[in-house]
Ligand binder design. Structure first.
Ligand SMILES: [Zn+2]
Length: 510
């Protein structure tokens, strides 16, 4: 029996956005608390006759704990049915979670990203009710209260059933989250499934949703998704990560392992362009045709840039873990990174210049680099966004140095210096996403001044030691959520001394 308890307001805390901007994407404001099973009060218990037969042993204390060695923290098995015309999705998601902390956990917290959009997410059930005695959903945070704590190294099975109404991609600030949304020619399912939150030292880490930057922090997980697409035009194309197998009757089976998220996109209009890199990765672009502007063909240009970047970053920062890398032309602004999948805005194809002197090239390259600075090395994107965004922006420069050396000065001026000159007075590079009044201010401080800071670090350390450091950082941080200490901690004491003045110059907390 379900009982719906209090519904009350959650207020957006700790941010400095103007009210107009906050209004643009209000987080789902309600809290829903459901008690699934209630213990029988002692006084009402019926007395039982004493049984002289020794009861059969109950389940062992830590069921299945020995078998969890080597498994990822979370394994998701998903059955999803997409109604393409009605933009609805029904999801059954089984999650096997392993407690990798050193303490018993009495709750399990899931990150429900779709619930940041009003009316997009409806939770139908959390099973089994014997395991999850109650749950509470506030904004993107779903807290499951467990009947029995999960002991360290032990696992827990829960299954969620929920319905999604995929929103139409909006114009303006709200459009930036179009990775979960539909246009007349595509449906994007980014951050549509429940993710297990990361457990910090004391508590589960979830952050309030705001329209600036990203705020998710997620564990590496395995995903096994069976997708049924109904009510759709023929020739549906599924752009998805990992290994993809089309079965009969509009069914796709997609397996993506060792991944921070699971994202896909659907369209009957995609054309697929592909190119293999020298290190054996097939780079695929799912685009709306060739994207011809004047004499330029944007699709070929973006594909080439992605393949070059993929090859180069694999050499510089460590091998890419998958056979395929998917780039999707997205009907929403800018771009967005996911595991093995990135979106590059339709806008950059539309205003393409036909040369690398274009947003199309550097945004494609930027998103590709997030396969290392986000998907491989995870960080708290809300509180230390410079760890992924400054490195991704600096990776753009590295691409131009290698493939377009004549455009290096252009890149500095066009991408960076016109926004952050010597008289820059914005926030420090190490600001959180909650400290900015606009996306432009956020990009200037974290991405662009972050790139200048990395250039200064390279100047004092020397190019060879600098890239050696980044490579060791990518290896040490692989599959983890890192902190700035992990980054700086890889320098020698002498190097720490060398970079100290740079940290003072760019950081609020050096
Ligand atoms: Zn980025």
């Amino acid at each position: 029996m379900f009982r719906l308890y209090a519904v009350f307001m959650m207020l957006l805390a700790a941010c400095t956005l103007s009210s107009a901007e906050v209004d643009a994407i209000p987080p789902t404001a309600t809290t829903v608390r459901v008690i699934q099973s209630t213990l029988v009060p002692t006084l009402e218990r019926q007395l039982q006759p004493i049984n002289t037969i020794t009861p059969a042993p109950t389940t062992p204390l830590n069921p299945g704990c020995e078998a969890t060695a080597g498994l990822p923290t979370a394994q998701h098995t998903v059955r999803a049915t997409v109604d393409y015309e009605l933009h609805r999705v029904e999801v059954e998601q089984a999650i096997f979670y392993i407690n990798r902390t050193d303490q018993p956990l009495t709750t399990l917290v899931l990150d429900i990203e779709p619930n940041r959009v009003p009316n997009a997410f409806t939770l139908n059930s959390v099973l089994p009710t014997e395991t999850v005695i109650s749950y509470e959903l506030t904004g993107r945070r779903l807290t499951l209260d467990l009947a029995t704590p999960i002991e360290p190294e032990c696992g827990l099975d829960v299954t969620l059933n929920y319905s999604l109404r995929v929103p139409e991609i909006q114009r303006g600030l709200s459009g930036f989250t179009g990775y979960f949304g539909y246009s007349i020619r595509q449906m994007n399912l980014g951050h549509w499934l429940a993710m297990v939150a990361v457990h910090g030292i004391d508590d589960w880490v979830t952050h309030d949703a705001i329209p600036i930057g990203e705020q998710t922090v997620s564990e590496i997980a395995d995903w096994d998704v069976t997708l049924t697409v109904t009510n759709a035009p023929p020739n549906m194309v599924v752009a998805a990560p990992g290994t993809l197998r089309a079965e009969d009757g509009g069914v796709w089976r997609i397996v993506h392992t060792n991944a921070r998220d699971f994202t896909l996109s659907l369209s009957p209009f995609y054309e697929v362009y592909e190119q293999e890199t020298a290190n054996g990765v097939t780079v695929q672009l799912y685009a709306f045709g060739e994207n011809v502007v004047g004499s330029a063909t944007g699709s070929q240009q973006a594909l080439t840039a992605a393949a070059q970047a993929m090859e180069m970053y694999s050499d510089l920062f460590g091998a890419y873990p998958y056979d395929r890398f998917v780039v999707i032309q997205g009907d929403f602004p800018d771009g967005m990174e996911f595991s093995d999948v990135v979106f590059v805005s339709d806008r950059w194809f539309e205003i393409n210049t036909g040369t690398a002197e274009s947003y199309l090239t550097f945004i494609t390259v930027h998103e590709t680099s997030h396969q290392w600075w986000y998907a491989r090395v995870g960080n708290d994107q809300a509180l230390v966004p410079w760890l992924d965004e400054a490195l991704a922006t600096y990776s753009e420069l590295v691409y131009y140095e290698e493939f377009e050396p004549d455009l290096v000065d252009w890149w500095w001026n066009f991408r960076v210096n016109q926004y952050v000159g010597d008289r820059f007075s914005g926030n420090n590079v190490d600001a959180t996403v909650y400290q900015f009044a606009s996306i432009r201010d956020y990009i200037n401080a974290v991405y662009l001044r972050g790139a200048i800071m990395l250039e200064d670090l390279r100047a004092v350390l020397g190019t060879e030691d600098f890239f050696d450091w980044l490579r060791r950082y990518a290896e040490a941080g692989s599959g983890r959520i890192v902190t700035p200490d992990d980054f700086w901690g890889l320098l020698t004491p002498e190097q720490i001394e060398l970079v100290a003045p740079i940290r003072v110059e760019y950081f609020g907390t050096p």
